[in-house]
Design a protein around this ligand. Structure first.
Ligand code: NAI
Ligand SMILES: N[C@@H](CC=O)C(=O)O
Ligand code: NA
Length: 815
């Protein structure tokens, strides 16, 4: 025999009741004659609570009663044939009249005892179970409505009564046996005490009813039908990637539901656990989905943890006192006091010095707990053996849960790494003695970020999300967005990485969307829904959104974003930049940026600062980190100048070739930066610094390729005019080279801590002779690569290769 329990949403409307009956039919046809347990229609228990409170305070309750009547009557009209409706209306009307009398009594007395409240609430389940049984009767002759007050016996602890398991089992078995073969529709949640007075089993008690009946009849399974796909790895309202768990042990399910996951009412597990009856959580609205099985063992799984649960609102009380806290007997007195006063202590930690105890309670209990402690320990407080209790509010608990944790080392390391990397401060830590959970207390404002970051850390193989804030939507930014869009599917399928661009800014406008800005029409969105750009606001919004695995990309050529890098690192956000200005400014700035990023455990990636997408920065870093020593670097690192010399061969004049290089996207936004050598200087400086030399920009010996008039041009237009005027000068250079069978090369060198860049004529014996397009080439002569240098060569400018380099840096963030 199976028990099927349907929650409020499953019986919330005529449509959903139809789905319930389909499920019952399927179960019935498969041979089992199930017992069906029903909750009140969705929202009805809350409505009844409200009406009872209204009545007790002398407020009107008629309107609410009418609403209750309408909801039930409307189902009768929709689901029961006209001929059979009258007796159903009559019985429902009797229930509603009784309810009205009760509410009137409460109204007259202005008093609502827990006993009256239980009786009032019982009408929710009575109406729904009766109604559904009558709808079912049309298809299952003999279907029987059962009021659980006949089946479940409790004590008189109204509101949350304790079940007399033995007596209830007898009552249930007698009833079920004498009605064998009939389909039973039982009210959830309600029971009765010895005198037959109605009691309730606590919020969510319908699950419990199902478990009690299941245990009594030795059911093969207890199916809890709800409106979600079983128990999930985390709260899906906060963690979009939360997924349903196929198998959990009873203990794991208890731990997960204790901390917030409201899918199942924790006491439900006990009768099922004792009789080893599996509980299956299924979705009434997605019957094709297998749901979650809760059973004796936690099942074979590769997952180190099962889920992450959370309590969003918690308060903490700190007790400090050298003379008191930590002494034998103190904690005993403290926690006995709190237990006696029914204050639920969610979590306890004690400092190793044992001079302090921190414990968490629900915010509604915190002031009462403080008052109780002040009373109980009055003498100790007066004698200064104990400091007055301190309260901290606006905190949350996050807990990772799973039986496998016990056998897997490094679980807490992983948890704290994920939290630390995302700048989440941990207020207190507790590991359950069972080692089935590790809980941390964090600030409420960090909860969403923490849940997502921890979820990614533990279920990384199941997809990691990077949240990107991108400044600069020019040549490189636009190309990067296109590449991200084109690769979105591939990254998800092959690397389980999802990249969401959640903020975009250029010098005119900015736009945010925490769910990700669609990259097929970002320009149109930025125009339509964006606001006026303000980089300070962009950065503060980025911090405020507090997203996990967050990356700031600087795709501008501006000094402005650089002012925020430190602040960004301090907010535990990584930076990826193709903007060279940050690393080629004063040495102190370069040093400080690197140090700050390292200190905050975030990445600062700038591969495209040198040679665009070519692996140069990375290669140098690997050489340095593995203990090699750089003897000499020789390089061509201006893609623009390389292109110009490789193409200034035929009929086109020098200034025309420069203009083509600009059109091809090789130049800096201002091409004077390339031709004056500034861009090359920056790259050599960055390499020298990365190679360990604390140089300043003016330390680089920069040989010019332009006549003075060109270098002094005050605007880009004027620059082109001066270039055109200098055509003869460049032609002479070209002819000289051709005469000597040589080519023009602008070459940078780093040796003995000295950096120079100069225009050279090189012959075909030179390794830099054969280049084409915008090629860069770099040769590292090192202790290990002494005889034959390590050479990297390839296109070193252009939007496609640069954006690809930014992309590669991005996917490596946090790797
Ligand atoms: N073109 C290439 O081959 C390579 C370029 N780079 C670097 O890429 C960067 C971008 O170059 P392009 O895309 O060609 O430049 P671009 O001029 O086409 O685009 C720059 C973008 O930055 C935005 N911007 C400027 N100031 C801003 C501010 N204060 N706040 C927000 N946005 C701002 C502009 O609105 C524009 O969208 C430069 O730093 C360049 O050195 C690096 C390696 C290779
Ligand atoms: N303008 C630069 C682009 C790469 O950094 C160049 O020409 O090399
Ligand atoms: Na590079």
């Amino acid at each position: 025999m199976k028990i099927l329990k349907f929650g409020g949403t499953s019986v919330g409307s005529a449509d959903s009741i139809r789905s319930v009956l389909d499920i019952v039919r399927a179960s019935h046809e498969s041979g089992a004659c199930p017992v069906v347990v029903l909750s009140a229609m969705g929202g009805v228990t809350n409505l009844l609570t409200q009406l009872a409170e209204n009545a007790a305070e002398g407020r009107d309750f008629a309107e609410g009663l009418a609403e209750m009547e309408n909801r039930h009557f409307s189902v009768v009209r929709q689901l029961i044939g006209v001929k059979h409706q009258n007796p159903v209306f009559t019985k429902l009307k009797i229930y509603l009249n009784e309810l009205e009398d009760l509410l009137q009594g409460v109204f007259n007395l202005r008093e609502l005892s827990p006993q009256s409240k239980d009786l009032i609430l019982s009408y929710g389940e009575r109406c729904s179970a009766f109604l559904v049984s009558k709808v079912a009767e049309q298809y299952f002759p003999g279907a029987l409505y059962v009021d659980a007050t006949q089946l479940i016996r409790t004590d008189s602890h109204f509101g949350s009564a304790h079940v007399d398991q033995v007596l209830s089992e007898q009552l249930i078995n007698t009833f079920v046996t004498s009605n064998s073969g009939r389909l039973l529709f039982v009210t959830g949640f309600i029971a009765a005490n010895e005198q037959g007075r109605v009691t309730t089993l606590g919020r969510g008690g319908s699950d419990y009813t199902a478990a009690i009946i299941g245990a009594a009849v030795g059911a093969t399974a207890i199916e809890i039908w709800t409106d979600v796909n079983g128990m999930l790895t985390a709260d899906p309202r906060i963690v979009k990637k939360a997924f349903s768990l196929p198998v959990l042990s009873y203990t794991e399910a208890m731990e997960l539901s204790y901390f917030g996951a409201k899918v199942i009412y924790p006491p439900t597990m006990i009768p099922a656990f004792l009789k080893k009856i599996p509980i299956v959580i299924r979705n009434t609205f997605n019957t094709a989905f297998a749901g979650t099985i809760i059973q004796h063992d936690s099942g074979k799984t590769a997952l180190p943890i099962k889920g992450i649960s959370s309590i969003p609102e918690i308060s903490v009380i700190n007790l400090v006192g050298s003379g008191m806290v930590g002494r034998a007997g103190f904690s005993g007195r403290l926690f006995t006091l709190l237990a006696r006063e029914q204050i639920n202590v969610v979590l306890i930690t004690q400092s190793s010095s044992e001079h302090s105890i921190t414990f968490a309670v629900h915010p509604g209990d915190v002031l009462r707990a403080k008052g109780l402690i002040e009373n109980e320990f009055e003498l100790e407080l007066v004698a200064n053996k104990l400091s007055p209790p301190e309260i901290e509010d606006n905190l949350s608990v996050l807990a990772i849960v799973g039986e496998n944790m016990k056998q897997t080392p490094g679980m807490s390391g992983k948890l704290f790494h994920a939290l630390g990397r995302n700048g989440i401060n941990v207020r207190a830590i507790a590991q359950g003695s069972s080692e089935y959970n590790i809980s941390v207390i964090i600030s409420q404002s960090d909860l969403s970020k923490a849940l997502n970051a921890v979820h990614d850390a533990f279920f990384a193989q199941l997809n990691k999300t990077l949240h990107v804030f991108n400044a600069g939507t020019g040549n490189i930014g636009t190309t990067l967005f296109r590449q991200l869009r084109e690769q979105h599917r591939f990254l998800l399928d092959h690397n389980d990485i999802e990249i969401k661009v959640v903020g975009i800014a250029n010098s005119r406008r900015m736009l945010f969307n925490g769910d990700g800005i669609g990259l097929s029409d970002w320009e149109e969105q930025l125009q339509r829904a964006g606001e006026q750009a303000d980089l300070a606001k962009f950065v503060s919004r980025m911090k405020l959104m507090n997203l996990p695995n967050c990356v700031f990309i600087d795709n501008t050529a501006s000094e402005q974003p650089i002012r925020y890098y430190e602040e960004i690192f301090k907010s535990n956000i990584s930076v990826v930049t193709c903007n060279k200005i940050a690393n080629s400014g004063p040495y102190n700035q370069y040093r400080s940026l690197k140090d700050t990023a390292r200190k905050h455990g975030v990445d600062f990636f700038y591969e495209t600062n040198v040679g665009a997408g070519l692996p140069i920065v990375r290669v140098l870093r690997d050489l340095m980190m593995s203990g090699d020593r750089i003897i000499r670097i020789e390089a061509i690192l201006s893609g623009t100048i390389s292109y110009i010399f490789n193409n200034f061969t035929g009929g086109a004049s020098f200034h025309e070739v420069v203009s083509t290089a600009q059109q091809l996207g090789y130049t800096e936004p201002d091409p004077r930066d390339d031709l004056k050598g500034t861009d090359f200087m920056r790259k050599m400086l960055i390499l020298a610094r990365d190679a360990g030399h604390p140089l300043e920009p003016e330390d680089v010996h920069l040989g010019a390729i332009l006549p003075t008039a060109c270098t002094q041009a005050a605007s880009v237009d004027e620059f082109y005019r001066e270039l055109a005027a200098a055509d003869d000068y460049f032609n002479d250079l070209k002819l000289k080279a051709q005469k000597e069978n040589k080519v023009l090369r602008y070459i940078g060198k780093l040796e003995d801590g000295q950096v120079s860049i100069a225009l050279e004529l090189v012959g075909d014996g030179h390794p830099f002779f054969a280049l084409s397009g915008s090629d860069n080439i770099i040769s590292f002569t090192t202790e290990r690569y002494k005889e034959r240098p390590l050479v990297v060569k390839g296109p070193g400018a252009g939007a496609e290769v640069t954006a690809a380099g930014v992309f590669a840096d991005l996917v490596n963030v946090g790797a």
